[in-house]
Write a protein that binds this ligand. Structure first.
Ligand code: NG6
Ligand code: CA
Length: 511
């Protein structure tokens, strides 16, 4: 043995993996990297705190997720960084608040929000020898502005740390309604090029307004542009007929891509960001899930989402790598019933409470907006427990880094804290403070206090939607320890505390 190899062996046996491995010994590299756990983030869209069996769901059963909850750490105060998708995803992948980059819901043709060169969770993991993939909904923009879907679409996930991507480019309700695998639209016929616009009508495909008789669901005005697969969407699109997706196939196609990635990388550490379309609108689960809940398409989409989760976990079990894989299950924001399509989500909800005891949901400022079901499961490594630690998805970045002994650069993941012990269920104490972003204002948690700042910039499209968003022209203060449902604004009784919390928001923002 050379001295270098001997040193590496000692490091291996002590579990220290920071030391660089001698280049001459490829076997050593293999041996070393094999020890690192696989990481999977199961990222559901618009799943509320109360939408999972283990969290009290009434109208739907989720046996696969309940199994993770029963065998892992089930969090009761874990949050997405924001009440909407784009900023939450931005935060998960960069470890910083969305407001640091003005992240907001993006149109379907927006440029890539995370610019190449920015440190990201996948780039860190890739540097540490991980194979990295994102499968499913992206909604973080692509390209540099005015994307041409007929050529290489980049920069995108591959330019910010992912080795492989299979995407629904924006959302299910936004064009383009095609899959993007790495840089290319899947099944694109060069003779039938795609054009997309969010400013004007392109081509002559029917729209929800001109051809309502073609629709599987009626939709509101915003969702009444180009019809694809019987569903009118946001934005206008023409061309790419052979490439158009069928919403009912999402579950099977994305699951297959995820499973293939896991199989192909079973012998080396991998990171899979599995980003569900469910249970976002349009809710159009596969035929076999129809009627499997009592809540219509929204409930059936939850059943489908549970099935997908089960398939991924079963694959890990089949391959015998479940004991070397840490799984984080969570959602990008809280629940919404009516979100543009008349799919009876409101009418059929019954006594099911999508946000559990928490008020509000998607877009808003109340707890229901960001407090989401969150489970960490790692067979054999985590003792089942429930945790009421206040924790954010942003904290996964620094915690994963800690798990694999990867140092963070100065300024990298600036809002992310290493709470590995909390994610592993060994400690129940995480944050004292956490900013919650909504589309109209900023809120702050301080222990069990919750401040909702007076609202400033409520977008028009939400102002007239009559949602329980909690935006007010005065600051609101709630004591969640006796008012979890945020009913009693006690700001007037605690003026000093309100001031301090407002100041804290400013401090964090200027940090
Ligand atoms: C909103 C859409 C909504 C949904 C949301 C994004 C309207 C009226 N509503 O703008 O249907 O697509 O964007 O959801 O336009 S998210 O989960 O990706 O943030
Ligand atoms: Ca969402």
């Amino acid at each position: 043995l050379t001295t270098a190899v001997a040193t590496a062996l000692v490091l291996l046996s002590t579990g220290c993996s920071k030391q660089s491995t001698p280049e001459s010994s490829t076997e050593m590299v293999a041996a070393k990297t094999q020890q690192k756990p696989n990481l999977i983030v199961l990222y559901v869209d618009d799943l509320g705190y109360g939408d999972v069996g283990a969290y009290g769901a009434k109208g739907v059963e989720t046996p696969n997720i309940d199994k993770l909850a029963a065998g892992g750490v089930m969090f009761t105060d874990a949050h997405s960084s924001s009440a909407t998708c784009t900023p939450s995803r931005y935060s998960l992948l960069t470890g910083e608040h969305g407001f640091r980059n003005d992240a907001a819901i993006l149109p379907g043709d927006a440029p890539l929000l995370i610019r190449p060169g920015k440190k990201t969770l996948p780039s860190l993991l890739k540097q540490q020898g991980y194979a990295t993939a994102v499968v499913g909904k992206w909604h973080l923009g692509l390209g540099n502005g005015s994307v041409d879907w007929n050529t290489d679409v980049k920069p995108g996930p591959l330019e910010i740390g992912f080795d492989y991507s299979f995407l629904l480019p924006a959302t299910g309700d936004r064009v383009p309604t095609v899959y993007l695998e790495n840089h290319n639209v899947v099944n694109l016929d060069k003779n039938d090029p795609i054009t997309v616009s969010y400013h004007e009508k392109v081509g002559n495909k029917p729209t929800g307004l001109t051809h309502p008789e073609l629709l599987k669901y009626p939709a509101d005005l915003e969702h009444s542009e180009t019809i694809v697969n019987g569903i009118s969407r946001m934005g206008s699109m023409t061309g790419g007929e052979k490439a158009l997706w069928k919403d009912e196939e999402f579950a099977d196609i994305f699951t297959e891509k995820a499973v293939n990635f896991i199989r192909a990388n079973k012998n080396q550490p991998f990171f899979l960001f599995h980003s569900y379309h469910d249970i976002h609108v349009p809710r159009m689960p596969h035929e076999r899930f129809k009627g499997k809940s009592s809540m219509g398409p929204r409930g059936d989409a939850i059943v489908q989402m549970d099935w997908i989760s089960g398939e991924i976990v079963k694959e890990l079990e089949r391959l015998g790598i479940d004991d070397n894989t840490m799984i984080v299950f969570t959602s990008d924001n809280g629940p919404v019933l009516h979100d543009g399509y008349f799919d009876q989500a409101k009418e059929l909800v019954g006594d099911h409470k999508p946000g559990g005891v928490y008020r509000g949901g998607k877009y808003g400022a109340y707890e229901g907006a960001t407090r989401v079901p969150t489970i960490v499961y790692w067979k054999g490594k985590i003792q089942p427990t429930e945790s009421d630690a206040l924790i954010s998805q942003m904290d996964l970045y620094a915690s994963f880094a800690k798990l694999i002994n990867a140092p963070l650069a100065e300024g990298e993941a600036q809002d992310s804290n290493d709470f590995l012990d909390v994610f592993m269920g060994k400690s129940h104490t995480a944050r004292e403070y956490l900013i919650e972003e909504s589309v109209g204002t900023t809120s702050l948690r301080y222990k069990n206090w919750k401040l909702i700042e007076k609202a400033s910039k409520i977008p028009d499209w939400i102002a007239d939607k009559k949602m329980d968003v909690g935006f007010s022209d005065k600051p609101q203060l709630f004591d969640l320890s006796n008012d979890a449902g945020e009913q009693n604004n006690i700001a007037a009784e605690h003026p000093e505390l309100v001031k301090q919390l407002q100041q804290k928001i400013q401090d964090i923002k200027q940090n």
